[in-house]
Design a protein around this ligand. Structure first.
Ligand code: TPP
Length: 373
């Protein structure tokens, strides 16, 4: 019998889809790996840009499709309405709908569960795909998207692909990068994110630590839990903005542990941070060239983006690359007299750590009581 993945891929092929852009979700990681091999694939840094890229593709006479997580719709809605809908451009959007089936991350519930209502309110047609048999609905509705120049959201329940396990999922290779801000130091990734956090843990003591969502937060909880750690459970791309806000509004020393995928989703925040140049803020950007939490899909820091140069370009004065133990500790320890951006070059890989056993409101309470005792 044909697997749900095979079925969906053949429907996409029968409809002559030319380009598929995506930003990963853990629940469709095996499907995404197949898509990358079988279609012209466009890796995104933010879901919204996929809407623009798809508009360009369809105006050039080709057929686009997008694969995103339900949370990504929050990043797309304006472009979907004022570009795709307004100009009557076709766009099928396949959405991994979180928060509705065996969900382990509470922060996925608000957006995932409200998604049908949001789409309804926005006037975006959608279909609910709850089981592999429901892929018939995709088969029926997809041709109309291109015939009628419409957008259509297909809400894919994690149940559709449950149990699918592709042993061929490629692990990202450790990036070898030629670039360097300072040519005298050419650091090479040595440690995983977990090992890095372990190396710098003492320097986090009694500071406000805002930590990137997903596995980074779980690893930090396991390695160095303290009430002043703000563990993000959702809102990808918000670690640096949250840390900036705390640093501007308080005298606390703030360390943001961010990730390459998340920084690329919201890079403009580095310009805002550079503008204020707070001397109580350090951004420790763990660059493992992958979306570690969702299956280690490669990010563009492995091919073309140098986060240190990006930070410099946005006006951050104190930028350092670090990969070795001493470099990492010195970088986080030494004051910079202004905003400091540490480009921490990491190897891909996640530690096997459990979910954080704290209620999200208790996480907030711990941080607030630390800032305002
Ligand atoms: C808007 C949005 N899109 C996609 C996701 C799914 N997602 C959760 S964590 C993550 C990867 C984050 O990667 P990175 O910041 O590089 O951190 P790493 O896990 O690699 O350390 C993704 C894509 C999400 N939560 N929100």
């Amino acid at each position: 019998m044909q697997s749900a993945e095979d079925r969906l891929i053949s429907i996409l092929k029968e409809n002559n889809i030319d380009f598929i852009s995506s930003l990963p979700c853990d629940r469709i990681k095996f499907l995404l790996e197949r898509i990358k091999k079988e279609f012209s694939h466009i890796p995104l840094t933010r879901e919204e840009e996929g809407v623009g890229i798809s508009a360009g593709i369809s105006m050039a006479g080709k057929k686009p499709a997008m694969f995103v997580q339900s949370s990504g719709i929050g990043n797309m809605i304006n472009a979907l309405l004022s570009l795709t809908g307004f100009y009557e451009l076709p766009l099928p959007i396949f959405i991994s709908q979180r928060g509705i089936y065996k969900e382990g991350i509470a922060a996925q519930l608000p957006m995932g569960q409200k998604l049908p209502g949001i789409l309804k309110g926005a006037g975006i047609p959608y279909s609910i795909i709850s089981t592999p048999d429901d892929l018939n609905i995709v088969e029926k509705n997809l041709p109309d998207v291109f015939k009628k120049n419409e957008m259509h959201a297909f809400l894919l329940s994690p149940a559709v692909f449950e149990g699918i396990c592709d042993t061929a999922l490629a692990a990202p290779t450790c990036p070898i990068r030629g670039w360097s801000v300072d040519e005298t130091q050419k650091p090479f990734p040595k440690y995983t994110r977990y090992e890095m956090l372990d190396i710098i843990k003492k320097e986090l003591n009694a500071k406000v630590v805002v930590c990137n969502l997903g596995v980074p937060s779980k690893e930090l909880y396991e390695i160095h839990h303290q009430p002043s750690n703000f563990y993000m459970l959702g809102s990808m791309g918000m670690a640096t903005p949250i840390g900036l806000g705390i640093s501007l509004a308080s005298k606390q020393e703030v360390i943001v542990i961010d990730g390459d995928g998340s920084l690329l989703m919201n890079p403009g925040t580095l310009a805002v941070a550079a503008h204020f140049n707070p001397d109580n803020l350090k951004i420790f950007a763990v660059d493992n060239s992958s979306y570690g939490s969702t299956g280690e899909q490669s990010t563009l820091t492995g091919s073309c983006v140098d986060l240190a140069l990006l930070a410099k370009g946005f006006g951050v004065g104190n930028v350092i690359k670090a990969a070795g133990k001493k470099q990492l500790i010195d970088a986080i320890k030494e004051p910079a007299g202004g905003l400091k951006f540490i480009h921490a070059l990491a190897r891909p890989g996640n530690a096997k750590v459990p979910n954080i056993p704290l209620d999200h409101l208790d996480v907030k309470k711990g941080v607030v009581e630390f800032i305002l005792p």
